[in-house]
Structures are given as C-alpha cells and as structure tokens.
Design a protein around this ligand. Sequence first.
Ligand code: HPA
Length: 273
Amino acid sequence: MEHLYEKASASAAWLKERLRFAPKIAVVLGSGLGDLTAGMTDTKEIPYADIPHFPQSTVEGHKGALLEGRLGAQPVLAMEGRFHFYEGYTMQEVCYPFYVFQLLGVETVVLTNAAGGINRSFAPGDLMLITDTINMMGTNPLIGPNDERFGPRFPDMTEIFSHDLLDLARRVAAKQGVEHKEGVYMGFMGPCYETAAEIRAFAAMGADAVGMSTVPEAMVSSYLGMRVLAVSCITNMATGIQTVRHSHARVLEIATRAGDRMCRWLGEVIQEI
Ligand code: HPA
C-alpha cells in the first residue's frame, strides 16, 4: 500500500467524525472469544466496508466491523473480525487498523487469540498471558519504506508487551482467582496446522504456544508506540502432543467455553487501565 500515512489519516479523519468517544483502548478478539463485546454498552457499529481505505473482510461468516462502546466507564474500540495473513491479505493490510488506531489517539491495544499449547504443562482451556513472541510468519510487517511520523526504522522490541500491563493483568488475575499461564507465543503463517516436526522445533526454540495471528499486530502496535497486552486461549495441544487430529469446531468450542473467564478477567483489566 503506497502512501500509508495519507490513507490511514483519511481513515482516521473519517472515523473521528463518526465516533462519539475518543477511545484510548482498542481490543481485538480471537476465534470464539467475541463475548467481551457482548458486555459493552452504548455501542455503535461501523462496518469496515464503510471506512475509506480499510481492508475488507472477505471470508464468509466473518464479521467485519469496528464496535465503539464502553466497558464499564472505559471507552473502547473493538475489532469484530481481524485480518489474517493466511487469508491472503498483505502484512500491511493485516496491520492497517493499528496505524489508524494510533492516529485516533489509541494508547493501548489488547489482543486475544486461540492457540495450540506446546508447553506440556498446559491443557486445553488454559489462558496464557503472552510475555514475548517469536515471529515465524515468514515475513515482517514493517518491511518497506519507513515513515518516521509513525515510528522508527529499527524499532526496539524489548518490551513488545507492556510490562506494566502484564503486572496489571497478574494483579487482576490474583484478585479474581483466575488461574493463568504465561509464555511465549509463536506466530506461524498457517493456514495448515503445524506438523509434529515443526512443533518439536518450535518447542526447542522456546515457544509455549502457537497460533496464526497476533505477532504482526503486536509488532506494529509496539512500533507505533502503543502499549500491548495479549492473551491466548489454549484451545488444543499442538500437533504431535495431542493424539487426536485438529478440528476448528473443537477450537471454537473450547474458546467459547473459556470465553467467560477471559472476558471477566480482561474486562476488569481494561477498566483499570
Ligand atoms: N496451531 C495454530 N493455530 C491454532 C492452533 C494450533 O494448534 N489452535 C488454535 N489456533
């Protein structure tokens, strides 16, 4: 996409005219984890199709809209439907909304996803705070000319996930009695699930969980100077660790079941940001 700054500015200007709040927090919900938006009040939905220059959701059955509203008192902007690299979007399209969010004044990005567990102490249904990532998407979303108005050419990734937000999430989890795991999320391009040999390699590389999203969004948000918090729902054990074959229906079922716990937890975290 050429002239990213101008396009994202036009998207942001269009949205500013229609948004009623000035959201400081953007939320992206993974497969089966959409319930957080059900708890939002005072909502207004803006289809991606209406927003100038916004990528369009092509997959049937995938919602494609921004949802503005409040979680408690906190104004938030939620993405109903994210763009995955495996769907054929370019990395810049996958990450486009985050450039717009930054121009809208968003300061914090909360990402969730469904993931396969690599760490053998994990079990389906576990929630994992992502402390760091490994990019195995085969490319990098920041490749290309850099626009210094967005961020530096060589962005530092020491704190890709905000340590303050990790601490806040830990405090809220302790208060609520939400058991959670912590670990490294490996972003794999998909759309195939991994082979057993890949999972053995990823385990040796230090990954605790694997999925097909989140890494580009987190990298770009961090580059853009926004704080990032991310949580995985472990919906299955990764290939070769679980003995049964993968099923997307099962992934959705486990994510939906864990959704309540995740929403109660992240709902309070977001309100305390
Ligand atoms: N691998 C990749 N992505 C996933 C998985 C998995 O095992 N489970 C849910 N999303």
